[in-house]
Design a protein around this ligand. Structure first.
Ligand code: NAD
Length: 354
């Protein structure tokens, strides 16, 4: 017997095609009458369309959401939502936009209705990451969870295949680390395994047939499950490495996860055989095992496989290795500086994981 603790989710989830038609009802159910729409500049038009569905309940649109949730953007957004006397926010976008909604919620208590359009999974987690003075910090706060999440598969049809590939592997990373996380539990294991299956089966189809809603639905379904795992199980070495690389060298979030995951799976494989076996059920190992199969999978998606291609300087490897072993996250296999350095060196050069 393995004892466990499972944390259930309080967020209401609506999943399907054209579910955006539910927005007006969900706003009423949240008790809101004055909603502000949040988005990046890139998705301003798509977000404005969602806002229009609310009719008179939409009182404004703030389209300056930015990767890594800079505090100065949040302060501007808070001033804006207060100036229009908003009583809730509708976030339309990926992790950057949903992060802004959470940052506003923690400062104002405003409820959030989230419409995720990537596979990052932030909408299902109580994690708030923020950047101030070039430093990124993360906190776990139950009050930042969106009240309602509406997954509309059709909103993801515009996600460019190249972005979908890295965003999908970002989701896969949440599921893989949940399979061996220190506090994983039977429900999280089921969700993580299902997420791995859905993502590995759907992502090649999303790349090959970007207009196929079934392929997009499979990937979004996997992303929802993976995000739920991220919200309930403590993450390990992979997330620590990506946090360090993103924060220190300002590397792009999903791309960094994509490059690093096969290398961390290779490092952890012997210490997490059940997790590897679960991934191998959908991704049978090549000669180099499951981690090598994952490296090949990333290549087949046409996604990046080298940190140097993301702009990381080679001279940064030593600094990153130092930071990874400082305040290290729990990991199934202990990490020392030389193994962190070896892992980073391979990932930097885009070599096969070992
Ligand atoms: P993102 O939100 O920055 O989106 C990437 C780009 O794609 C943006 O320009 C966006 O407007 C565009 N885009 C998104 N969906 C689109 C669509 N359907 N059609 C066309 N364009 C679209 O990227 P992301 O990877 O989703 O999120 C990364 C951020 O989220 C990082 O800051 C990361 O730290 C954070 N994050 C937080 C958590 C958490 O639990 N707190 C989890 C995952 C990611």
């Amino acid at each position: 017997m393995k004892a466990f603790v499972h944390r259930g989710q309080v967020t209401k989830v609506v999943f399907g095609r054209r579910t955006r038609s539910r927005i007006p009802d969900e706003v009423v159910l949240m008790g809101c009458e004055r909603m502000v729409v949040l988005s990046t500049l890139n998705q301003a038009a798509q977000a404005a369309e969602m806002g229009d569905l609310m009719g008179a309940a939409m009182v404004g649109h703030f389209a300056e959401a930015t990767m890594h949730t800079p505090v100065e953007v949040t302060e501007k957004a808070v001033a804006y939502v207060q100036s229009v006397k908003a009583d809730g926010v509708l976030t339309v976008g990926g992790g950057s936009t949903i992060g802004l909604g959470k940052a506003i919620a923690v400062r104002t208590g405003l409820p959030q209705l989230a419409l995720p359009t990537t596979y990052a999974g932030s909408e299902m987690t109580p994690i708030l990451g923020e950047t101030e003075g070039g430093r990124k910090t993360t906190r776990r706060l139950p009050e930042v969870l969106p009240r309602t999440v509406v997954y509309d598969v059709d909103l993801t049809l515009t996600l460019p295949p190249a972005v979908a590939a890295v965003s999908g592997v970002n989701a896969l990373a949440h599921a893989v680390e949940a399979l061996y996380g220190q506090d994983h539990d039977p429900i999280a294991n089921l969700m993580a395994g299902e997420a791995v299956d859905a993502l590995i089966r759907s992502l090649p189809a999303v790349i090959g047939r970007p207009d196929d809603p079934e392929a997009r639905a499979g990937a979004l379904y996997g992303a929802w499950l993976a995000g739920t795992c991220l919200g309930s199980v403590g993450m390990a070495l992979h997330h620590k490495v990506c946090h360090v690389l993103g924060g220190t060298f300002n590397l792009p979030h999903a791309e960094t996860h994509t490059v690093v995951l096969p290398h961390v799976l290779a490092f952890n494989a012997a210490a997490a055989p059940d997790a590897v076996e679960r991934v191998a059920r959908t991704l049978p190992g090549s000669e180099g095992g499951t981690a090598a199969a994952l490296f090949d999978f990333v290549g087949e998606l046409g996604a990046p496989r080298a940190l140097r291609d993301l702009g990381m300087p080679e001279a940064g490897i030593d600094q990153a290795a130092d930071l990874i072993v400082q305040n290290a996250y729990w990991n199934p296999r202990p990490v020392d500086r030389s193994s962190a350095r070896a892992l980073l060196t391979r990932a930097w050069a885009g070599e096969r994981p070992a």
